[in-house]
Each structure stands twice: as C-alpha cells, then as structure tokens.
Design a protein. Structure first.
Length: 127
C-alpha cells in the first residue's frame, strides 16, 4: 500500500509542475489599443444653444451645414469662463466655447472653455 501511495503522488506532482511552468496567456493588447483609437477626444468650437441639468447642446458648422450636438457634463468636466473655473449653471445660450469630448462615445465632455459670444443659427444650414 505504501508503494502505491508513494508512486501515485509522482504523476500528480509532474502534472502540477507542467501547469505552473506553462507560459502565461498573451495580454489582449490589440483590443485595448483598438478601443483607444476608436474613442479619441476632439476639440471643437461651437455656440451653446441650450444648457440642461447634466448636458449642453451646442451648434457647430460641419461640411457647410450647421449641426447640433448634445454632450454630457459631470463633476470631472472642467468648465472655464473668463479665466475662472465655473459650474454648468454659469454657462448661457450664445456662449461660444471650445468643447473637448469624444464624439463616438457616450461619455461626458472632458472640458468646456468659453471663448466669447456667438449667434444661434437655424439648424441645417439652408438659410
């Protein structure tokens, strides 16, 4: 019986050593880098047309037409007006701003910097 127990533990030890010595699985670097390239932040200049509780709506010109976009705002969004950090409620319609956000992602804006005043235009650009 002793010989059986002594010989039975050897294959288990070899199997365990083989599993522990196996190389680690490669990290999924491709999917992470592809994800990062899809969600690049851009900075656009636009005129704020509406301010909500957690969003701003802004107009910008793209391909000769006026487009309107909505972007979320959270506690991490840096909002600057007249050189000072301000709250979302301090933004007003017709504020011209540089908006730093990820247009292809459902994430809040990274930064909003008011740079002057602008005019709200008719959306569509067919004036």
């Amino acid at each position: 019986m002793k010989i059986l127990v002594r010989n039975a533990t050897w294959p288990i030890g070899v199997t365990l050593a083989t599993v522990l010595a196996a190389p680690p699985a490669p990290a999924p670097a491709k999917s992470e880098s592809a994800k990062a390239s899809k969600t690049k932040a851009v900075e656009v200049e636009g005129v704020i047309s509406a301010v909500g509780q957690r969003t701003i709506t802004f107009q910008m010109e793209r391909k000769g037409k006026v487009r309107e976009e909505v972007v979320g705002v959270d506690d991490k969004t840096k909002i600057e007006k007249a050189g000072s950090n301000v709250k979302l409620r301090d933004l007003q319609e017709t504020d011209k701003a540089l908006i730093n956000y990820e247009p292809e992602a459902y994430t809040p804006a990274l930064a909003i910097k008011v740079v002057g005043k602008g005019e709200i235009q008719k959306v569509g650009g067919d004036d």
